[in-house]
Design a protein around this ligand. Structure first.
Ligand code: ATP
Ligand code: MG
Length: 642
């Protein structure tokens, strides 16, 4: 079943290519309550077209009547009918515009809603596959494109073919012979328009793809503005932007130049039509009396209507193909299946904070050659403290992400409280497991609002308690507005260490059974780091604590220290055991310790200065267990901002 295969989350996006009809069906589901205004629009349009096609008929009759020397009463009567017709046509047109606006804006609203809700169900691996900026583009620009097309479909796509058909029928009824000239003009025009659309479309498609890239680059730059400024890369970014922007200009000019050809083409056909009708028509009127003057004038109008409707059809063709790309991109988001599913009968209670890894294998992508984690066996009793050490890229983050089921294992199983994580209700599991991510984020709003993400119903006393535990209360109270201090988007107006402590407090407010700190005190000085751990031991003894750290000192008092290397556990033990049995651990500890002692005695300065030295020293020596620069806070912040 190729369709099922296309839906599988593991399949790369560019390989999915569902037929257009299927995509349209998927998008049509978002019309919902706006079906009524959509149908009303079509009805009004039909009314408008019928009236517009009857008007020339009446005018023709009136012209003939005048020609035959009719009385003023006939003129007045026909005049009145014409006025009524015009008013009706105007009303229909106006109402159609009104309902079409309502329908298309509503459809776009539903589409955005559906996309947003779909994205909320995504797991981390789904989000890995689309980039976040591409999701933003799909939710904004692509929806706007589809909205415009929808408006066109319900208004013009009905109007143009209908008008074409009516005008042809009326023209034949009125003057069969003369109408045969459409057999010549129409195919010429159609061939011309198809040629234009064929050439313009690829150019437009290129433009739209480049727009995406431009959007992504702008978004990325705005988000990473601090990094750009930090590296003084403004000129480079400006040049990059200008190049991308100019690229679009070139393609757009090319596309528009081709589309502009439709104008002259239309004019030629129109004048040809006029000359033909007048030349042969007048001959028919004068010499053969086959038609009369009224019919002749009506034929001119019908010719005009036929050509205009063809022109509109070509315009729709171009617009629709332009937004077909957008429709496809929206469909991709809507049909992406979440990689994580709640089980049919989920477990809704998390007994305790014990964790077991049983022969766990894990990789981010099915196509990866080497598994990110393999052969992981680990038993963590509830309430214990586990430290995880390892060089960058060893798989520390990957390992702990499996506990709140941010990703699913590819082999073996992870159990929490004695139950496989895949059997839990996702909310139950994630309420019980609080994880402070390595790339932590705060949201725009006050400190209080940010902390309440952990527990919306928390009292001020509970919030203060969590902040005291995370060593955050002092600096919060030093702000003039205290807990009501406004945080900028991403938390850029607090320091790296302050942000980390706020994130820890936010996690603590969840009162989790398992607390995971992924390198969450890297930007905090060692003394505060020690105070935080001390608080954990005293005040949340039943909570299982998993601490990933760069400094051995951060985990040496843990009940169990896990050394990770290339996705495998190389040693497990307490600090004393590892000091005795593991050369790499011993060496790292001694190097880091020597570093801090040397720094402290050499300077004999204040505690905080000594701590900074320690961090720097650590950076240069901890190659054995941990070869990352000991998370200099700037580096981390740059990461976060990026
Ligand atoms: N989202 C992802 N998609 C694909 N590969 C990833 C992803 N995240 C991490 N990896 C890869 O998985 C491996 C392990 O990464 P992981 O983040 O677990 O390392 P880590 O031990 O936490 O490192 P660090 O100390 O730098 O945080 C790395 O080789 C990395 O490139
Ligand atoms: Mg990590």
């Amino acid at each position: 079943m190729p369709d099922e295969a296309a839906k599988r989350p593991g399949r790369p996006l560019d390989e999915r290519n569902p037929p257009m009809l299927k995509i349209l069906k998927q998008l049509a589901r978002s019309v919902r309550e706006y079906k009524k205004p959509s149908i009303l629009t079509m009805i009004f349009i039909v009314g408008e077209v019928i009236i517009e096609c009857i008007i020339p008929f009446i005018v023709a009759n009136l012209t003939n009547d005048i020609n035959d020397g009719c009385g003023i009463d006939v003129i007045a009567k026909n005049g009145l009918i014409l006025v009524i017709m015009a008013v009706l046509s105007l009303t229909c047109g106006g109402l159609a515009g009104f309902t079409a606006a309502k329908a298309s804006a509503g459809f776009a609203k539903n589409l955005r809603h559906d996309l947003f809700f779909r994205i909320q169900t995504y797991s981390f691996s789904n989000i890995d596959r689309f980039s976040s900026s591409s999701l933003v583009t799909r939710l904004t620009t692509d929806v706007a494109n589809v909205q415009m097309s929808y408006m066109m479909i319900i208004r013009i796509a009905i109007r143009a073919p209908l008008m074409f058909l009516f005008a042809i029928i009326m023209a034949y009824r009125m003057a069969g012979v003369l109408a045969t000239m459409f057999v010549v003009v129409v195919p010429v025009l159609i061939a011309g328009l198809i040629g234009v659309a064929r050439h313009a479309m690829p150019a437009f498609r290129r433009v739209f793809r480049k727009y995406d890239r431009l959007n992504e680059s702008v978004e990325e730059n705005v988000m990473a503005m601090r990094v750009v400024k930090g590296f003084a890369r403004e000129q480079y970014e400006k040049d990059k932007f200008n190049a991308a922007s100019d690229d679009i200009r070139v393609d757009f000019t090319k596309a528009e130049r081709i589309v502009a050809l439709t104008g002259p083409l239309m004019q030629v056909c129109l004048y040809f039509n006029m000359v033909f009708v007048l030349l042969f028509g007048s001959k028919l009127v004068i010499t053969q009396h086959y038609i009369n003057v009224g019919q002749l004038s009506a034929m001119l109008t019908y010719g005009f209507q036929i050509l205009i409707s063809l022109m509109m059809i070509s315009l729709i063709y171009v617009t629709l193909t332009m937004s077909a790309e957008s429709a496809r991109r929206i469909d991709e988001v809507l049909t992406e299946e979440s990689a994580l599913k709640n089980p049919a009968e989920p477990v809704r209670e998390l007994k305790d904070g014990s964790i077991r890894f049983e022969n766990v294998e894990f990789s981010y992508s099915k196509r990866a050659e080497n598994a990110t984690l393999s052969g992981i066996d680990l038993d963590v009793p509830s309430g214990s403290t586990v430290g995880i050490l390892g060089i960058t890229g060893a798989g520390k983050t990957s390992l702990v992400q499996l506990i709140p089921r941010l990703y699913d294992v590819t082999g073996g199983c992870v159990t929490v409280g004695g139950v496989d994580v895949r059997d839990y209700d996702l909310n139950t599991l994630r309420d019980g497991v609080a994880m402070v991510l390595q790339k932590n984020l705060l949201f725009s709003g006050t400190i209080n609002e940010n902390l309440r993400w952990g527990d919306p119903g928390a009292t001020q006393e509970e919030i203060s308690e969590a902040c005291r535990l995370a060593q955050a209360e002092d600096f919060i109270l030093s702000f003039p507005d205290g807990y009501e201090t406004q945080i900028d988007q991403g938390g850029t107006n607090v320091s790296g260490g302050q942000r980390q402590r706020l994130c820890i407090a936010r996690a603590l407010l969840k009162k989790p059974k398992i607390l995971i700190l992924d390198d969450s005190t890297s930007a905090v000085d060692t003394r505060t780091d020690a105070l935080i751990r001390e608080g954990f031991r005293k005040y949340i003894p039943e909570t299982t604590k998993i601490i990933i750290a760069q400094r051995v000192a951060s985990v040496m008092d843990a009940d169990m220290i896990v050394l990770l290397d290339h996705g495998r556990i190389t040693a497990v033990g307490t600090h004393d055991e590892l000091m005795k049995n593991n050369a790499a651990y011993r060496e790292t500890y001694e190097q880091q310790n020597r570093g801090s002692n040397a720094a402290a005695s050499a300077a004999g300065e204040t505690v905080s200065e000594c701590v900074n030295e320690t961090a720097d020293e650590t950076a240069s020596v901890d190659r054995t267990v941990n070869d990352s620069p000991a998370a200099s806070s700037e580096g981390k912040e740059a990461d976060d901002n990026a």
